[in-house]
Design a protein around this ligand. Structure first.
Ligand code: ADP
Length: 327
């Protein structure tokens, strides 16, 4: 298994995240610096199966660190779920002489990488690229900081109009399984309430807190709701509020895909550069089939087959802070 790695491939897979380009750049340039040949695999596992592979040079990744999206494009690939599909991918890599692979993606892409590395003798290193920050073993995932900052910018604007009209705004941010974007952007914008999938929404409690604020003449309120919130998301929460407080002007705003795009923040560029550099180091050092995370500001290498979604561990103190600061 621990044969010397000489030709490596890099791909982006699953949901895109701002900062993926910075990670590609780091992988390509660190690889070339170390005398490796580096290949860009287009459209994730799909492009791999189709042998859609391009040789990367140092100049191929010029002027991309500041760009959102991914120059390698990304895709979801059904066939890779099958052993036959993964065999086909292996045959392509063998044919190209590629003997090391870097996968930039979320936990789904890592699950694919685990299956692949169990069956075939090509080492894989994962880099966590997902705006949701829901992977255990890392304090950061590429794209999260940018998504939070995009949400903050949007919610600040919404607060201006909420303030001008004395309105209640219910803003839905991304996060199907995790409330981190809602929590960080909500605290950062002084949201009066934050509703996340990890905590059961107590609608009675929410209404009484709005009524209490109304009594104190606090009429401008922002509720930030993660899309995976269990009561039913922003529209359902708005319906419940309108039913119980029909005199309140309520508006819903779903931020949606703007949170995935845009120039990555300096934080995302930095962690993507560090992770990309260390992914190549892992391949060179024979530290195989791990994903590269950052924990307490140190690199943390987690075996890919131990990767799991970070679920339900929202610090209660954070919710207490929201409540106290929104008074
Ligand atoms: P993300 O990486 O953003 O979580 P997905 O969950 O869509 O995105 O996964 C991306 C791709 O990874 C899938 O389209 C598929 O090709 C591959 N993949 C995901 N789970 C598995 C699995 N259990 N076995 C094999 N391949 C998988």
């Amino acid at each position: 298994m621990d044969k010397k790695v000489t030709r490596i491939g890099v791909l982006t897979s699953g949901g895109d995240a701002p900062g993926m380009n910075a990670a590609i750049r780091a992988v390509v340039r660190t690889g070339i610096y170390n005398g490796l040949e580096v290949f860009g695999i287009m459209r994730g596992y799909q492009g791999l199966l189709e042998n859609d592979i391009v040789k990367m040079e140092s100049r191929s990744v010029a002027n991309i660190i500041q760009r959102g999206g991914t120059i390698l494009k990304t895709a979801r690939c059904k066939i890779f779920h099958t052993a036959e599909g993964r065999q086909q991918a292996y045959d392509v890599l063998k044919g190209q002489g590629i003997n090391g692979l870097v996968v930039i993606g979320g936990d789904g892409s890592f699950r694919g990488a685990v299956e692949f590395s169990r069956e075939h003798d090509i080492p894989v290193i994962g880099i966590a690229g997902t705006i949701d920050k829901d992977i255990h073993g890392t304090d950061f995932t590429i794209g999260f900081d940018t998504a939070v900052n995009t949400a903050v910018e949007a919610i600040d604007k919404i607060r201006d109009t909420a303030d001008a009209h004395d309105r209640l705004f219910i803003v839905e941010v991304m996060g199907r399984d995790a409330g981190y974007i809602a929590l960080h952007s909500g605290i950062g914008t002084g949201a009066e309430n934050i509703l996340i999938p990890e905590h059961k929404t107590d609608i009675d409690n929410l209404i009484s807190s709005l009524q209490e604020k109304e009594r104190r003449k606090k009429l401008v309120n922002i509720i930030v709701v993660a899309e995976g919130e269990k009561y039913g998301g922003a529209n359902e929460v708005a319906r419940a509020v309108k039913e119980r407080m029909p005199h309140i002007e309520t508006r819903v705003c779903i931020l949606g895909h703007i949170q995935r795009g845009g120039a990555p923040t300096s934080m995302d560029r930095l962690i993507a550069s560090r992770m990309g550099y260390h992914a190549v180091e892992c391949l060179l050092e024979g530290r195989h089939n791990v994903f590269v995370g950052i924990l307490n500001n140190k690199m943390n290498y987690v075996p890919l087959d131990k990767v799991h979604k970070k679920k339900g561990i929202i610090n209660d103190e954070w919710m207490k802070i929201v409540k106290i600061l929104a008074s």
